[in-house]
Structures are given as structure tokens and as C-alpha cells.
Design a protein around this ligand. Structure first.
Ligand code: HGA
Length: 614
């Protein structure tokens, strides 16, 4: 979260900085700002709120500098306001920051004692004063930054601009991502390659602890010990991704509708369709037969994808799975026996808590496998093996297509595990793969429910609270449905395992409470009765006047539609793939409710994509 950019250009760079920030706005939109050098002097324009406010400021008071830095903010320290907007500056330097400076209080006290005057409530501003302090002692900009960085605790990506230095930017990263873009006599810094795509496709990624001295001639990178290091220069394909909404009103709508295609791409990557078997294009650096336990760690929607995978691993590979949200996992000091598998799921591949858990798992000698949507991300780079989801850039803050692609990838992995462990027969695998091949078509059919869901959502906007229920793999879907509704419509929602209803949440049910029941008709012999058990829970809700919205298939509708106020009938799909197909109505319901509420669907309040803070 928070996007940063820096440009050493030929022409005035303010417009380019804003273009790059537009591509980073998914990371935060509490405020935005830029700083350039005007006749050598640091000059800033900043504005609270979305980037368009900054554009307005720049129209009224343009900047002409050919070197500059920019920032779009997701506030962690200090309210979203103009004075807390980055860049933060003294008369010597301006800085933009993604991350958290954990020891900012203690640094601020020291700096204030020696006369520094602070103008914001942010943690970031200490960095500006710290470097200024070093420069006042006579250090040049590079030495001043070198002296200041080791004093910062926490996570950061930083870009510095210096008064009077027309050919120098310094970037640094520890924890948060930072890329260097190489142009023709121009150079760039950015939180990701997508931000720099309009200017260059030639990118180097800084490693953790690196800092980079950038001039128009090129870049010199030093590692945390100060040693000059080489970082590979890669060709990025980020510019191939068009960041626009197509014919849709929101990125989220576009991304929901892209799912038949992107899930299809992802499946095609991991399946041999002709042989009807899973065929992973990468070599796993471990043998599933020797794995005794899988530990899954993720955050938010990716965590729910991991929760579905737990059911699949246990069922198809007979592997015990432990799963926890990364922000808990990392502090639990969970014991691991060496040589087992730690699995991480993240859309951005930069999620700070997931990354910290990954590093812990590595210390504990686990094999590290990650499922990520950004293959150049830190999580991808630090994993032993990466299974990319081929969802393409996801811009809407509420994750949709990344979730279904994560599920598709995880299903392929669990089947590969089942085969390797001798648990899944060739026949079972063939049946599963046949069901998977049909998923993109079933998603398209599910999307046809949109008008019915749109009509339904006009009632949902009146609800104060909504309950989502599900059993088995429909339980994580209930959790995901509730999360999606909360995050974009701001209606309070809870997801519960249907069997838990009577242990508490049933007390909430009255005639004002919509209850969304995710209940595919489960045909598998082993789990016989799961659907019937959910129907019993629906009876309990109906008896208390709760308004049921049932999401099921034709068999389920025949059995239980009478209990519900509305029934969404999805195609009859194999039980295993239901989480992928049932994600669609759950997403559409949240989307249309939010649209009817009039909220900012793609950029909901208080949220940001790519959570690079803890
Ligand atoms: N701590 C800084 C930057 C926040 C950030 O990176 N969010 O993701 C601030 O609050 O401005």
C-alpha cells in the first residue's frame, strides 16, 4: 500500500509522475503529492483525497522541474490530510515512503531535541529530518542517506529528492517493494513495474536491504552492508496490460467478467487437457510422498482460498493441513518439523505479514511454495517454487478474479499431491480434470444470473447486517461472501459454518436479517448428507423469520427453494469445483449491493490493495 515513484527526465516530469501514480492508486488514495526541483529548490504540490484533487492543484499551480518524486497514500500514521500527505520535506530533501518506521517516536523525540520542526503526524517525516540532520553535519546526500538508513526500524521503500541536485534520486527498500526503471537518458523508481510501464519496460528489482543511487546515466545499487552489487536488468511485460475498465463501469465488474477467460488460462497452465491430467509446468523441489504436513498462511481473500485448499489437500492427498491468517501465524512461534511444506497465497506477492511468515518458515527449514499473481513480487522471488495465477493485473481493491485463479491453481496442486502420494487413482484424477475443464463455461453460465442478483441487491441495501452460511468448502465461500459485502458496501456481514449457527449467531436472526446460504447439492458419497444438514440449518433460520437467499444448483433448488425468499440456481457442477463457480454470485451480490448503495466500489474507504504494512 502507498505507491511511490521517482523520475529523472528530460522534460517537466509532473505529468509523468501523475500518470505513474494513477497506475499506483490501487495501493492507496487517502492523499497524493509530488515534489520537483524548481530552479534547484524543492517545491511540492499535495492534496488530500484522490489523485484528481492533486491534478487540480497542478492545473492551478503547474510545476516545471525535470526531476521529481510522487506518492499516493494509504495512511498508517496520521489522518488523511494535506499536511500528512507525502512528499515530506525540509529545505534540503523531500522523501516519499511506503511502509512503517517503527521507531519513529524515539527518533522524533531525538530530532526535536536537536531543533527539528515537524509539520505532520506521520512516521515518514522523521526520515526527512534524519537525512537533513546528517547533511547539516557536512555529509553529501549519498553519505547522509547511508548514515540514516541503519537508524530506521520497520519496513520501507523510500525515494529521496535533494535541493540543488538536478541529477540525483536515491531509492531504498527494506520490506516494501521498489523497482528501478531504465530509460534512454532517463531513469525511474517505482513501487512496481506497472507504474513505470508508460515510460520503460526495462526494470531491475531491488533486493531487501538494497539502496540505489540513481542518475540519468544509470543506477548504482548497494546492499545493506554498503557493498556495490549488480541487480539483473529484466524486460517487464507490464506495459502489455491495459489498465482500463473496457465497457464496464468499474474495474471490479470488469474483473468479475474476466473470470471465464483468466480461470481458463490458469487451468490451461497446469493441466494437460488432452491427457486429462494435471501437469505442473514447474519442478517441485520436494517429494510430496515425504511431506507429512502442510502449513498454509495468507491474508484476507487469499486466506479463504487457502481454507478451501485445506479441504482439498486433506481429501485428495490425505495430507494434514494447518492454516492460519499470516498476521497470527507469524507471531505464534508455531513449531515445524524440517522438510515439510509451507504454502503462501497472495495476489500482490507483497503482503507484509505473509512475507514475514514465509521468512519464518524458511528459517524453520520448510519447503516454500507460493501461489501469487505477480510473478516478479518479493514473495515469488523468495519462494523455493512459485505457482503463478494468471489473472492479469487486478485493480479493483476487492479481490475477485485473483481468488478464483488461486482456487484453480490450488486445486491443481492438491491433485498433483494426491497423485504423487498414491492416494488419487488415474481414474479419479481424470474425473476431476474433466470437471475442471468445464469450469470456465460454468463461470460464464453463473455470470448470466447477474440481472437476478442485481434485482436482489436492491433489497440487500436495506439490511443492516447479513449472515452467510456454508458447510464444507462452501464455508470459506460464506466467509468470502461476507468479507466482499463488508468491504465494498460497508454493510456488516458475518460468515459462519452452517453447523455453528445454533452455537450463537442464531440469536441474531429475525425478520430483518437476510441469510445467504451457499449450498451446492453435494452428490459425493463420502460427504453424503452435507446438503441435508444445511437444509436443517435453513429450517432453523426460516422458523425464526430470517430471509433466506439460497445459492444452489437445480437439485438443491428442488429440495430447498421452498424455504427461501430467493434462490439463485447455478449449473450442476462437480462438487469439487463448486468453490470456483459459487464465487461468482457471491461477488456479484456484493458488487451490485455496493453499486446500489452508491459506494466507491473500486476504491472502498479505508482499504487498499497490496497490503505492504503489518
Ligand atoms: N506510514 C506512512 C506510509 C503508509 C503506507 O505505506 N501505507 O501502506 C504514512 O502513514 O504516511
Amino acid at each position: 500500500m502507498c505507491g511511490i515513484v521517482g523520475i529523472l527526465g528530460h522534460e517537466p516530469v509532473a505529468g509523468q509522475l501523475v500518470d505513474a501514480l494513477k497506475r499506483l492508486e490501487y495501493r492507496g488514495y487517502d492523499s497524493a503529492g509530488v515534489a520537483t526541483l524548481e530552479a534547484g529548490a524543492l517545491t511540492r504540490r499535495r492534496a488530500e483525497g484522490k489523485l484528481r484533487n492533486l491534478e487540480g492543484r497542478l492545473r492551478d499551480a503547474p510545476l516545471s522541474g525535470t526531476i521529481g518524486i510522487g506518492h499516493t497514500r494509504w495512511a498508517t500514521h496520521g489522518k488523511p490530510s494535506e499536511s500528512n500527505a507525502h512528499p515530506h520535506a525540509t529545505d534540503r530533501i523531500a522523501v516519499v515512503h511506503n511502509g512503517i518506521i517503527e521507531n519513529f517516536r524515539e527518533l522524533r523525540e531525538q530530532l526535536e531535541k536537536s531543533g527539528a520542526k515537524f509539520a505532520s503526524e506521520t512516521d515518514t517525516e522523521v526520515v526527512a529530518h534524519l537525512v537533513t540532520d546528517e547533511m547539516k553535519k557536512g555529509k553529501n546526500p549519498v553519505d547522509a542517506v547511508a548514515a540514516a538508513l541503519p537508524r530506521l526500524r520497520g519496513a520501507f521503500a523510500l525515494a529521496f529528492l535533494f535541493a540543488g541536485e538536478e541529477d540525483l534520486l536515491i531509492g531504498a527498500r527494506k520490506g516494501s517493494p521498489l523497482a528501478v526503471g531504465h530509460g534512454d537518458g532517463e531513469m525511474f523508481l517505482g513501487s512496481d513495474a506497472i507504474a513505470l510501464a508508460p515510460f520503460t519496460d526495462t526494470i531491475s528489482y531491488l533486493e531487501d536491504g538494497d539502496w540505489a543511487v540513481v542518475t540519468r546515466k544509470g543506477v548504482q545499487v548497494r546492499d545493506a552492508t554498503g557493498k556495490i552489487v549488480e541487480r539483473a536488468v529484466l524486460k517487464s511485460n507490464a506495459s502489455a496490460f491495459l489498465v482500463d475498465k473496457g465497457n464496464h463501469r468499474h474495474f471490479m465488474a470488469k474483473e468479475i467478467h474476466e473470470q471465464p477467460e483468466v480461470v481458463g488460462h490458469t487451468l490451461a497452465h497446469y493441466l494437460d487437457m488432452a491427457a486429462e491430467r494435471v501437469s505442473l509446468p514447474m519442478t517441485l523441489p520436494f517429494d510430496f510422498k515425504k511431506i507429512e504436513r502442510v502449513a498454509i498462511s495468507a491474508c484476507g481473500t487469499a486466506y479463504y482460498a487457502g481454507l478451501v485448499a485445506k479441504y482439498w489437500f486433506e481429501r485428495f492427498a490425505r495430507l494434514p493441513v494447518e492454516i492460519d491468517v499470516a498476521s497470527e501465524f507469524r507471531y505464534r512461534e508455531a513449531p515445524f518439523s524440517p522438510g515439510n511444506l509451507a504454502l503462501f497465497v497472495s495476489q500482490s506477492g507483497e503482503t507484509a505479514d505473509t512475507l514475514a511468515t514465509l521468512r519464518y518458515a524458511k528459517e524453520q527449514k520448510q519447503h516454500v511454495l507460493s501461489v501469487v499473481n505477480v510473478p516478479t513480487s518479493t514473495i515469488a522471488r523468495e519462494s523455493d517454487v512459485v505457482m503463478p495465477t494468471l489473472a492479469g493485473p487486478e485493480i479493483g481493491v476487492a479481490s475477485t478474479k485473483a481468488f478464483t485463479c488461486q482456487l484453480a491453481t490450488l486445486l491443481c496442486l492438491t491433485i498433483a499431491a494426491g497423485r504423487a502420494r498414491g492416494v488419487l487413482s488415474t481414474e479419479d484424477e481424470r474425473n476431476l480434470v474433466r470437471a475442471m475443464i468445464e469450469v470456465p463455461r460454468h463461470i460464464s453460465e453463473a455470470l448470466r444470473l447477474e440481472p437476478q442478483i442485481e434485482a436482489l441487491s436492491r433489497d440487500l441495501v436495506k439490511a443492516k447486517d447479513v449472515l452467510y452460511l456454508g458447510r464444507g468448502t462452501a464455508y470459506p465461500l460464506a466467509l468470502e461472501g461476507a468479507l466482499k459485502l463488508k468491504e465494498i458496501s460497508y454493510i456488516h456481514a458475518e460468515g459462519y459454518a452452517a453447523g455453528e449457527l445454533k452455537h450463537g449467531p442464531i440469536a441474531l436472526i429475525d425478520e430483518n436479517m437476510p441469510v445467504v446460504v451457499v449450498a451446492p447439492f453435494d452428490k459425493s458419497a463420502r460427504r453424503e448428507g452435507v446438503f441435508e444438514k444445511t437444509v436443517s440449518n435453513m429450517q432453523e433460520v426460516a422458523a425464526r423469520g430470517g430471509k433466506i437467499i439460497l445459492i444452489t444448483d437445480p437439485h438443491g433448488a428442488k429440495e430447498a427453494a421452498a424455504l427461501s425468499l430467493s434462490t439463485l440456481v447455478l449449473p450442476d457442477v462437480a462438487t469439487t469445483v463448486t468453490p470456483i463457480v459459487y464465487a461468482i454470485p457471491v461477488q456479484l451480490m456484493a458488487y451490485h449491493t455496493a453499486v446500489n448503495m452508491g459506494t466507491d466500489v473500486d476504491q472502498p474507504r479505508n482499504l487498499a490493495k497490496s497490503v505492504t504494512v503489518e
